[in-house]
Design a protein around this ligand. Structure first.
Ligand SMILES: N[C@H](CCC[C@H](N)C(=O)O)C(=O)O
Length: 294
């Protein structure tokens, strides 16, 4: 059995996150451990953010992101805020540079406790997302759900925030759509060779929208930061909103997404610590710390 690693159960606006402290170790959180932790109601999570020692000079940490099905994700905005909150509480620092499989990013905790993550540059090319084939528009007119002459969902915007996203624009309340039914079909549609995060979005003002997301590898979640960013940039790009948008997420509350003139997407929101423990990164066997156990 591997030696236990500390973890914190946290959430980013209702996105259930485990922050695992893998610093000073050479092992990884194995997919089997993620699946075991996800299956246990006490530790059920959407993403594990594993903090490793830095790989590149000038960065503070290398962060590996795992979904609840054990797959790896390139980006997780809400999880990054949790990582910042945990490290800020430990070190008193409020500014960090991380490396993920998708690249290097900066994040800051503000005086009011909110955290901003620079999610980098969005990409819209079909190979970047990736899609299985080229598409002509800013939307994928080929993809629809429901009857051909009266589709329930159709013509999504597609974008990469490091990870693949499709955003379906809807006029009605986002809760009136059966995302739990359509989500798995769309996530695994052959047009998405690496699967995709599926979002339905209702624009409610030139600076506001409400979203629900079916996450690749995690299913319905209380919030998805990278989806909020993908939806915000896609809305601005198609002139549905301006470049600064408050995105309301299913768990309630909202993220602020700002698409700056330098093309960087800055996402700002809260992160919350719940409890801490230790776990075996190979098996997922875990124990809650005594100090805060009930
Ligand atoms: N919850 C995350 C997204 C996880 C991404 C993941 N589901 C994938 O791309 O596979 C967020 O806040 O951005």
């Amino acid at each position: 059995m591997a030696s236990p690693a500390p973890f914190a159960k946290m959430n980013g606006l209702g996105n259930n996150i485990i922050v695992a402290d893998m610093r000073g170790r050479t092992d990884r959180v194995l997919p089997a451990a993620a699946v075991a932790l996800a299956a246990d109601p006490a530790t059920g999570f959407d993403q594990i953010m594993a903090i490793h020692d830095p790989r590149t000079p000038g960065t503070d940490h290398y962060v590996v992101i795992l979904n609840s099905d054990g797959s790896t994700a390139q980006a997780c905005g809400n999880g990054m805020r949790c990582v910042v909150q945990a490290l800020a509480a430990e070190t008193g620092r409020n500014s960090f540079t991380f490396e993920t499989v998708a690249g290097i990013l900066n994040a800051d905790q503000h005086g009011n406790g909110l955290i901003s993550v620079d999610m980098g540059l969005p990409r819209f090319g079909w190979q970047d997302i990736p899609l299985a084939e080229e598409f002509r528009d800013t939307r994928m007119i080929e993809l629809q759900i429901g009857p051909i002459d009266a589709p329930v969902l159709h013509s999504p915007s597609v974008a990469s925030m490091g990870n693949p996203h499709a955003i379906f624009w809807v006029d009605q309340d986002v809760w009136s759509y059966e995302l739990e039914k359509f989500g798995p079909m769309l996530e695994n549609h052959p047009i998405f060779p690496e699967r995709a995060n599926i979002t339905i979005a209702q624009v409610t003002a030139s600076d506001a929208m409400t979203i629900r997301t079916w996450e690749r590898g995690a299913g319905l979640t209380g919030a998805c930061g990278s989806a909020a960013c993908a939806a915000a940039v896609s809305a601005a790009r198609t002139r549905r909103t301006g470049r600064s948008v408050a995105v309301t997420v299913p768990a309630g509350g909202s993220l602020t997404v700002e698409w700056r003139d330098n093309d960087h997407v800055i996402m700002t929101g809260p992160a919350e610590w719940e409890w801490s423990g230790t776990f075996d990164p190979a098996t997922g066997q875990w124990q809650r710390d005594a100090e805060d156990a009930a």
